[in-house]
Design a protein around this ligand. Structure first.
Ligand code: AMP
Length: 284
């Protein structure tokens, strides 16, 4: 089935309204394109939950800082379409930046709780752009469900908080991280890695896996776990660690000392010009 191609907000609304008249529920999967199996796992879940699935493909300019990789972010709409055709998506919404942000655009949504930590520290304004575009997409599609990957765990938490705080009727659903055979978390940005960088990149996950093993063996001390991670990565000079932090799952508060409740280990690192993120869950 070829997904219906929607370029404008009114096309999107018209289709959604016709579905509403039939009492059909919409699942939305917001993406920036350059799709991979991670995105497709969200689509699969979306199909289980809703009657109709819309995938949005929009490289959202407002979530990129001035010195970030907006211009060279991978784009391949034709390939994305054929991938989505294979998994039975009903519609693909791929608006232009102009369609999303008119010349008089002046209203933003931001979260005051957990945007300045982790990725928000090095990417000021990033989550404001994310929240704004996501609430717009939720409104345009009247989505009953909206699917997010845990790869961007902070993003998922911020969106879930936004939906809670602003009484949005959309249900936020988080999906597990999909990885390549090497363990590397799938990401559109992996396409920007050189061959040698691609070989080194899985070491981020290897070091996280060692950390998880140490945790499972009974060591629950944040400092020991973090030191072990850093030592393991130290031999790979090309990997420039931006942060490794252990935070409580429920509110992303930082943990030091003993881990006493469900926690997430967050990592961001640069490999050449490419910024990679990953995380693992520590459950007691
Ligand atoms: P992006 O196109 O990078 O903005 O990602 C769109 C959605 O796909 C986000 O909710 C991401 O968290 C999710 N996603 C990206 N990579 C993965 C992955 N490897 N596994 C699961 N979800 C992912």
């Amino acid at each position: 089935m070829t997904p219906k191609s929607l370029m404008t907000v009114s096309e999107c609304r018209e289709l959604v309204e016709s579905w509403r008249l039939e009492n059909l529920q919409v699942s939305l999967v917001p993406t920036m394109g350059a799709l991979h199996q991670g995105h497709l796992s969200l689509v699969k879940k979306a199909k289980e939950l809703g009657d109709k699935v819309i995938v949005s493909i929009f490289v959202n300019p407002t979530q990129f800082g001035p010195s970030e990789d907006f211009a060279r972010y991978p784009r391949n709409l034709a390939k994305d379409f054929s991938l989505l055709e294979g998994v039975g998506v009903d519609a693909v919404f791929s608006p232009t930046a102009n369609e999303m942000y008119g010349p008089d655009f002046q209203t933003w949504v931001s979260n005051d709780g957990i945007t300045d930590i982790l990725c928000g520290q090095s990417r000021p304004g990033h989550f404001r752009g994310v929240c704004t575009v996501v609430i717009k997409l939720m409104n345009m599609t009247s989505a009953q469900y909206c699917l997010f990957g845990k790869k961007d765990y902070q993003q998922f938490k911020i969106i879930a908080n936004m939906v809670r705080d602003l009484n949005i009727k959309t249900q936020v659903v988080a999906c597990d991280i999909m990885r390549s055979d090497t363990g590397l978390a799938l990401s559109s940005r992996n396409q920007l890695l050189s061959e040698s960088e691609l070989e080194i990149a899985p070491n981020i996950f290897f070091a996280l896996s060692t950390l998880l093993q140490t945790f499972s063996n009974g060591c629950h001390l944040v400092e020991t776990l973090v030191d072990g991670f850093k030592n393991q990565l130290a031999e790979f000079e090309a990997i420039k660690l931006e942060y490794i932090e252990v935070r409580r799952e429920r509110d992303l508060a930082e943990i030091s000392g003993e881990i006493e409740e469900y926690a997430i280990v967050f990592v961001a690192a640069k490999l050449g010009a490419v910024r990679l993120i990953d995380n693992i869950e520590l459950r007691l």
